[in-house]
Every structure is written in structure tokens, then in C-alpha cells.
Design a protein around this ligand. Structure first.
Ligand code: KG4
Ligand code: ZN
Length: 336
């Protein structure tokens, strides 16, 4: 079973070919970050226009890389939501058209489920047939911060979410405050490596709230009020490291507490922010000390990609069958 998947929910145009028995055959991501950087964020109409330009090239590239023709494709999948309406439309329409033309099943995939299951993406052909294990999952992306208990494929319980900004959004907004290029996350990650995380005491919002929800807008405001008070000797690296440490502390503590509360021994972390070096290091240390097993999404699968969409589509086809051709985009699609 070979799945061709397309991902166009935001500013990455991605295609992947995934074999349910062998794993990833090929993946391509055409990033629009450089295009949107001049506006300081994603401009939806510009994004959709570029998806239109990039879709055909990324599809051709994965087929060429795998040495396959479209006739080898057994199903065509695309992200149906959540995301930007005009961007989602491009990938979903292209996938439906291809499926219809090839006479093959079409699969509409939830982008959040793509991130959620990405830590379980097979790393070897032997892992390709494995079932999705029970786990406590943290998804930290530009649009979402979610704590989800996974019982198995398709059985998810939402334990916590952000009350305001998503973790990635906080990185991007603080990056903007600091005059860093969009997106702020990777830039802060890099600068923080040379900074002192204890130089500024930023708030750990909702750390002791007794639930599994998050809030990051207070932290962003704390950084905003700190900046004008900084002396001439202040280092940008220290501000980045201190801000990042506050985000990481809350993410790690809440995830471990949720795993404990629900008796889960396996922790899975995914989404763009899970690329963050300090988050990966702290999660490893904390899970190790707490006797928990950690599955971090591979760095290449943390930010938006089509491999994770193909992976979900393969499971979906096996468990639930194809989607209806009438399945539409849903910019606000939720996981549960
Ligand atoms: O998962 P993703 O590609 O898109 C969404 O579905 O939202 O996540 C993008 C987010 C951005 O906010 C970006 O700043 C953040 O992930 N990000 C990072 C890092 N790499 C990407 N945040 C912190 N550290 C990083 N290394
Ligand atoms: Zn995403």
C-alpha cells in the first residue's frame, strides 16, 4: 500500500510517498518562510498562490526520488484542517483530483493527528507495521499546545490546551519583540545556546494550576516589560535563554505530571517547537529521571511535512477506510 500525501495547511508545500510495509519512500518540503519573512508572518493569499506554484514540483520530485510513476500510488491523502482555508483548499483539491483521475481512494487527514503520531513514524522497515502505542502526548506547534492521552490509533483524550498563545506563537511573538527574523522559534533556540537561562526570572504561568492547561501570553508580556529596563550590558542571548527556559519548564513539568496522573509510562512529543534543542534535552533528562520512556519526533518530522500526513492516512485506510469525495476542508478542525 503506497500512499501519496500532500500537506498545504500553512506555509509549507509538502509531498511524501509512504509505503505501509516499508516506511518512507520519499519526502519533499518547499518552504515559503523566506517569502513571508518580509511581512513578519504568513500572508494567507500569498501562501495559497505559492502552494499552487509548488504542488506539482514537489509531487514530481517525490515520484522521481522513489523511481515510481503515479500508477504505483494506491491512495492519495491530504491535510483537511486545521489551517488556512485557502491553503488547505489547494492540497485537498489536488489530492481529490489525483485520486479521482487514478481511480484510487482519497483520504482526508487531520493535521494535528499528523503531529500527534509523528513520534511513532517508523524509523526502520521493521517498525512500519507496528501499532500506535498508548502514551501521553505533548503537541507544541505554531498553532497548538495540547496534552493528549493516546489509547491507540484514533482513540484520543484531550487533557489540556493553551488558554491563549500556543508555545510556538509565544516564541514567534517574543522573537518579533527582540527584532529577530520570522519565525522566532529557531532564532531564539540558536541564540539561547550562548545565554544564561537564570539571568532573568520570567513567570512559569499555570505551573501550579493543578490542571493540564497552559498560558503563554503573560510570559510574552513579561518579556515586553523587561526589555525597556535592560541596561547597556544586557545580552540578547540571556533574554532568549531565560524566556526559553520558562516555556520549557512548564511544558516538561505539565507533561510529566499528566503522564503520572494517567499512569502512562510512554511520553511522545511533537510539533514545530519540539525541534527546540533545550526542550529535547530537558524532556530527555526529566523523563529519564522519572522512569518514563520518551519518543521525540525526529527533527525532520517536527515542523510541517507530508510524511506525517501519509503515516496517518495509511493507518486511517487500514482502520476506517477511505474518506468520501465530499469531505471538505475545515480550518478549525479539532482532534477530538
Ligand atoms: O508544527 P509547525 O511547523 O506548524 C504548525 O502546525 O503550527 O510549527 C511551527 C512553529 C513556529 O512557531 C516556530 O517558531 C516553531 O514551530 N519552531 C521552534 C523551533 N523550530 C520551529 N520553536 C522553538 N525552537 C525551535 N527550534
Ligand atoms: Zn503543523
Amino acid at each position: 500500500m503506497i500512499v501519496l500525501a500532500l500537506e498545504t495547511s500553512c506555509d509549507e508545500t509538502a509531498a511524501a510517498l509512504y509505503d505501509a510495509r516499508r516506511g518512507l519512500l520519499a519526502g519533499r518540503i518547499a518552504s515559503q518562510i523566506a517569502i513571508h519573512r518580509q511581512w513578519g508572518g504568513v500572508v494567507p493569499e500569498v501562501a495559497s498562490r505559492n502552494h499552487l506554484l509548488q504542488l506539482r514540483p514537489v509531487i514530481d520530485a517525490v515520484l522521481a526520488e522513489a523511481g515510481l510513476g503515479l500508477d504505483a500510488v494506491d491512495a492519495v491523502a491530504a491535510t483537511a484542517g486545521p489551517g488556512l482555508a485557502t491553503s488547505l483548499m489547494l492540497g485537498l483539491s489536488a489530492a481529490k483530483g489525483l485520486a479521482l483521475g487514478l481511480g484510487k481512494p482519497f483520504v482526508a487527514v487531520n493535521h494535528i493527528e499528523g503531529h500527534l503520531l509523528s513520534p511513532f513514524f517508523p524509523r526502520t522497515p521493521e517498525e512500519a507495521g507496528a501499532a500506535i502505542p498508548a502514551a501521553m502526548a505533548l503537541i507544541v506547534s505554531g498553532g497548538h499546545t495540547l496534552l493528549v492521552e493516546i489509547e491507540g490509533f484514533g482513540v484520543y483524550h484531550l487533557l489540556g490546551r493553551t488558554r491563549d498563545d500556543a508555545a510556538g506563537e509565544a516564541f514567534d511573538k517574543v522573537g518579533k519583540l527582540l527584532g529577530l527574523p520570522y519565525p522566532g522559534g529557531p532564532a531564539i533556540d540558536r541564540l539561547a545556546r550562548a545565554g544564561d537561562p537564570r539571568r532573568y526570572a520570567f513567570p512559569r504561568s499555570m505551573l501550579d494550576s493543578g490542571d493540564f492547561h497552559f498560558s503563554f501570553s503573560g510570559l510574552k508580556t513579561a518579556v515586553r516589560y523587561t526589555l525597556p529596563k535592560l541596561g547597556a550590558d544586557a545580552r540578547l542571548e540571556d533574554v532568549c535563554a531565560s524566556f526559553q527556559e520558562a516555556v520549557v519548564d512548564v511544558l516538561v513539568e505539565k507533561t510529566v505530571a499528566a503522564a503520572r496522573a494517567r499512569g502512562r509510562r510512554l511520553v511522545a512529543v511533537s510539533g514545530g517547537v519540539s525541534c527546540n534543542a533545550r526542550l529535547r534535552e530537558a524532556m530527555r533528562a526529566r523523563c529519564g529521571a522519572g522512569g518514563l520512556t520518551l519518543r521525540l519526533a525526529e527533527p525532520a518530522l517536527c515542523t510541517d511535512n507530508a510524511a506525517m500526513i501519509a503515516f496517518v492516512a495509511a493507518h486511517q485506510l487500514a482502520k476506517k477506510g477511505a474518506s468520501a469525495m465530499s469531505a471538505d476542508i475545515d480550518p478549525n478542525l479539532s482532534l477530538v
